[in-house]
Design a protein around this ligand. Structure first.
Ligand code: HPA
Ligand code: ZN
Length: 327
């Protein structure tokens, strides 16, 4: 049996596999600038965050209808289930879709329909986290928050993603305040390519409950101690960090050093279609490059359950499943 996992850092648009991209392009009459699935797959080579984002935003153009979002999410959930995912809090980027003329209701209802099916058929529980694109104007974030606040039946929180350097968390202080006051959970990408100072800002100015990536915190020992003391989980994505060259080699990844310092490290997949693996593959990659004992693996899985926004009763069930796995 696979280690039971909660996935806390997963962009649903980043699960778009080349074959589905072509299928949806055909269905929707969208032309992709590649001749074949293989040719598209060959583009999945990156040298930094921006080189990935360029392809990520271009390819998601094939997503047009609620059914497209449902099919995308269904395919992710099937693979996630095979790799032991029992709970997922997935990110989505509504500004990118609204800008293409897709209504946010299509996005939310499409993803939501697949999440309901997965709860019924696979026993996977879930929530949706609306991400603001930090390289878009803050007014745009404010407008999409207003739209999101009409859908708190599905949206449990907000996050912050896209190009990091030059777009510090401070820009979004007021938007985050409004989200918190509306009762939403708040997380933020910080310290992926950006400096440890952005992680501090995300905590101090945004009130972030978890930090997505956060690996550059390792450069600031005082911050590391604070993350450990305040039990702020980091949603680490090893294969993403490798593919986007946030670390030169997986063997240099700081996740064990963060863990040893008492930080609540979790392992996640980020954009699994683009980075060469789903969550279980990330655990395997860590094991192969850095070593991963059963104790460490189950600690990372427990950290994710505890850092999730699942109701306490569901967390208790998941912790029990984890205990059963440990035997
Ligand atoms: N970082 C920032 N923005 C993103 C990412 C990421 O890893 N994936 C999708 N949007
Ligand atoms: Zn991410």
């Amino acid at each position: 049996m696979a280690l039971p996992k909660a996935e806390l850092h997963l962009h649903i648009e980043g699960t778009l596999e080349p074959d589905l991209a072509f299928e949806l392009a055909g269905r929707n009459g969208v032309s992709l600038p590649y001749g074949s699935v293989e040719e598209l797959a060959a583009q999945y080579r990156f040298y930094d965050l921006q080189s990935f984002l360029d392809l990520y935003y271009a390819t998601m153009d094939v997503l047009r209808t609620g059914d497209d979002f449902a099919e995308l999410t269904r395919r992710y959930l099937a693979r996630a289930s095979e790799q032991g995912v029992r709970h997922v809090e997935l990110f989505f980027d509504p500004q990118a879709h609204v800008a293409r003329g897709v209504r946010i209701e299509e996005v939310v209802d499409g993803i939501g329909a697949a999440l309901d099916e997965a709860e019924r058929d696979l026993g996977i529980t879930s929530g949706m986290i609306l991400c603001f694109l930090r390289d878009e104007p803050v007014e745009s974030a404010d407008r999409i928050l207003s739209a999101g606040l009409t859908r708190t039946d599905r949206v449990i929180g907000v996050g912050l993603d896209s190009a990091e350097v030059g777009y510090p968390p401070a820009l979004f202080e007021a938007v985050y305040r409004r989200a918190r006051e509306a009762g939403l959970h708040v997380v933020a990408h910080a310290g992926e390519e950006g400096p440890a100072g952005y992680v501090r800002e995300a905590l101090d100015l945004l009130g972030a409950e978890r930090i997505d990536h956060g690996i550059r915190s390792i450069e600031d020992p005082e911050l590391v101690a604070r993350l450990a003391h305040e039990r702020i989980a980091l949603t680490v994505c090893p294969l993403s960090n490798l593919r986007l060259r946030a670390v030169p080699d997986l063997a240099d990844h700081p996740l064990h050093r963060l863990d040893e310092a008492g930080v609540a490290v979790t392992i996640n997949s980020d954009d699994p279609s683009y980075f060469g693996g789903y969550i279980g593959d990330n655990f395997v990659a860590v094991r192969d490059a850095l070593g991963l004992s059963a104790d460490q693996a189950s600690r990372f899985a427990r950290n994710a359950i505890e850092a999730s926004f699942a109701p306490e009763k569901r967390k208790a069930e998941l912790l029990q499943e984890l205990e059963a796995w440990r035997g």
